[in-house]
Design a protein around this ligand. Sequence first.
Ligand code: SAM
Length: 493
Amino acid sequence: MVQSLRFRTAGQVAQRVDSIGLRRISLCHFARANGAQGGLLNKRAQLRITAHRDNETDRQAKTDHASGDPSFAGARPTGNKPLFAVYVGKCHKTDGGRKTWLYFDVRRKNHVQRGRTAPTPAPMTDSPLFEIFLVTVPGLESVLCAEALERGFTGATAAPGGVTLQGSWVDVWRANLELRGATRVLARIGGFLAFHLAQLDKRSRKFPFGDLLRRDIPLRVQVTTKASKIYHAGAAAQRIETALTDTHGLTLDPKATLVLKVRIDDNNVLFSLDTSGESLHKRGHKEAVGKAPMRETLAALMLREAGYRGTEPVVDPMCGSGTFVIEAAEIAAGLLPGRTRHFAFQDLANYDDAAFKAMKEHPVLTPPAQFFGSDRDAGAVRMATANADRAGIAHLTHFANHAAGELTPPEGPPGLVIVNPPYGARIGNKNLLYPLYGTLGQTLLTRFKGWRVALVTSEPSLAKATGLPWKPHGPAIAHGGMKVWLWQTPPLR
Ligand SMILES: C[S@@+](CC[C@H](N)C(=O)[O-])C[C@H]1O[C@@H](n2cnc3c(N)ncnc32)[C@H](O)[C@@H]1O
């Protein structure tokens, strides 16, 4: 069983580590400011410590902690003690007066599984590290990977369609709760080889689904098969579903939010649980959306790609339902994107409500109210205002009803203009849009000296029509069934 505890002092952590004989400690250190006072952990003979700090490499952080507190001297490995995961919050004052939170995720070393193959079913009660796949928008995998590494997800690696990492259930919860760019989080819970349907049936009946899945929570099964002797996805699904209901006593429902994804590739059957449920772009506090809303996950990744890190002003002159402005304000305020929503993992057998509540406790910052949206559509402005209110950041945002040509920069330092204008393919006729893009470009060029501009559009010719000095753009990004690009300028001169 995964247990989560909260400790106040290094001594308490040390006592617990000693009593359960841990061999591996991974410290995720989310310092919001450099110069945080770490010093809680020390490298001892029986302990392996890894540490991650925002904007720092693993190596640097390890060095920081090498001369830490000798509290762990007594820790030593002991036989087959059950997994013990500890999620700890501890607060330090830093030089800049900002608070630093430390999170400890502690587990025994001999539970680490390496490599992608060998998906031997392991009892979930023992909670080994397993592969976690963060699904994201094709084209922005490396941006999500950077976010995951910054958030302390060790070893995160970009892959087509997402990011892979090795982690525990605590990491699954945290990825769902904290990552702004992930669309969903898949937990690769294990699998086996199967060369024919009877084998699939037999091994599915033996697989320890009951360690994770609850009889009172319905689920549905999705199967894909590739390069395997079992080539019929429907037949494979039927065998697995029968095993789930008849042997494991589980309930199936084609509309269930909990999904067991089964990939059969080269005769390897791999089970993944979709631990998110509803797509993570649904933050849980947005009700009103406009004609062509940007998904929050995509907006967050584009803000990151445009260099936004929560400290500068942000302006969106065609804000629609306010997605960019609200995401930017939430990032600045240090709000967790999943703070108000439900996740599928909360319906699993290993879910620990008290531990997850503790994980959600997070310091909220008070940034300047420097997030501005405007739109020529009064209805859009009302929507954006209501959405900001529901997100709890209305005090940081300003929304106004006017055309982009009337935009003036807010007082204060320059920052980022980020805009997602209509594209011909989605809204109206493309030819009518050239003057709109031209006016936007002229307004920014003449009034927004020192600001950077980031613009999302599907049409290179429309981006060009702004007359803005675009840098070479990145890869195409999948958005609403189209390809779009994020066009960016250096600070305007
Ligand atoms: C693609 S939508 C933006 C969606 C927005 N990013 C969101 O997440 O909801 C384009 C927006 O541009 C606005 N718009 C179109 N022409 C405009 C103009 N000349 N000035 C200001 N807003 C304009 C539309 O009203 C619409 O809300």
